[in-house]
Design a protein around this ligand. Sequence first.
Ligand code: NAD
Ligand code: 0WE
Length: 256
Amino acid sequence: MGILTGKCGVVFGVANKRSIAWAIAQAWHQAGARLVFTYQGERLKDNVHQLAETFGADTLILPCDVTRDEDIQSVFAQAGQAFGSISLVLHSVAFAPREALEGDFVSTSREAFRVAHDVSAYSLVAIAREAAPLMTDGGSIVAMTYYGAEKVVPKYNVMGVAKASLEACTRYLAYDLGPRKIRVNCISAGPVNTLAARGIAGFSEMLKIYEARAPLKRNVVPEELGATATFLASDGAAAITGQVLYVDGGYQIMGM
Ligand code: NAD
Ligand code: 0WE
């Protein structure tokens, strides 16, 4: 019996085997949860099927562009039919147009700002709204964030502003949904080499800087994000809501 036995959930944000969402889904599955997966579009369909079907050929795998309300509604309608009620949601989705992560923040276009906030922050609100009616016995919503929400990380730019919004959305959702025993928290991960991180100029230097400065003198590994997300999803975290938990080797505490 795992600590999530009897709990059902929906996972947003698996693109490939390196995705943080996949590490967390594996941990939730190993802890006994039953999961529905979503993928962004046709391009990722085969990838996500290959991964998710390792949990059983009958695993429900649904398309969902989180900028489309009708996609989100359809996912929860089908999850409701499959499971009756749910208690877990993982939000592990972010996007800003590439050019907005390259130049100066001051150059951010209105459109890049809008897209980054729509995909990376508003989507949590839309997902929570559709998930909540299915969380009849309470629930745990977990979203992924990054330190660039709190301090300036050069080139993280509009994503940092969108993550600040995501973290504020987490607190307001925690307030709204708390009376229904639905908890909403963020995990702030140190840098992890995923699709979203690859191709970011200087990413391997960033990994070295974390290794040198973090109290634990190393980077976080995806399994550790899985373990933290499993704790947040479990009844052991029943009194934790609206929080940002840093899983970063301690990097965030440093002043110099
Ligand atoms: P990833 O590329 O594997 O995951 C990002 C996911 O977002 C992909 O699955 C992609 O399909 C999805 N996505 C983007 N736009 C979407 C849309 N319109 N609709 C639906 N899905 C969409 O990379 P990752 O590093 O695993 O990122 C997952 C989360 O972790 C993100 O929120 C990211 O900001 C956060 N995070 C990553 C790091 C890191 O260093 N990799 C550190 C801290 C936080
Ligand atoms: O949240 C992220 C990255 C999210 C992301 C990545 C991309 C790359 C491809 C959002 N949008 C896009 N758009 C693309 O076109 N991280 C926490 C990883 C990350 O990204 C950085 C970082 C870190 C850390 C960008 C600059 C500086 C640091």
